[in-house]
Design a protein around this ligand. Sequence first.
Ligand code: ASC
Length: 154
Amino acid sequence: MKKTTFALVSSCTALALSLLAGGAQAQSTFAKPEDAVKYRQAAFTLVGSHFGRLAPVVRGQAPFDAAAVQRETALLQQLAALPWDGFAPGTEGGKASPDIWKEQEKFKQLQDRMRGEVDKLAEASKSGELEKVRAAFGGVGASCKACHDAYRQR
Ligand code: ASC
């Protein structure tokens, strides 16, 4: 086989394998793209609910129960891991911008930023100091907003 033909065959094989892998992943996890949309929306609903219930506490509108906040932020760390599998290949839809599937690296960076900020919030809540929780809460909110601004369609 000539060198150029070999290179062409190799890259076609690599492409076919990666398409198969992507297809297999989407197929094994979700039967239909709409199932992935529902899954990620459900995950974000839970994230929003558990993050949102901290808002009155950091605003001083509800009492600061340090132990309760610590349990809540530990749970948020688990929840923050969930939505991303729902953005499997070929599952464009819902309010998600199609750019997500074209800018996988940037989207992943925003996921990592959010998860990192949630980790900081969980750490801060272990201090038992409302001021630290408030600052870290702001960091999480900013990370939510950064991704919504870039990738959530209205
Ligand atoms: C929330 C929530 C969001 C974020 C975002 C932060 O509580 O439901 O989507 O914070 O508003 O800017």
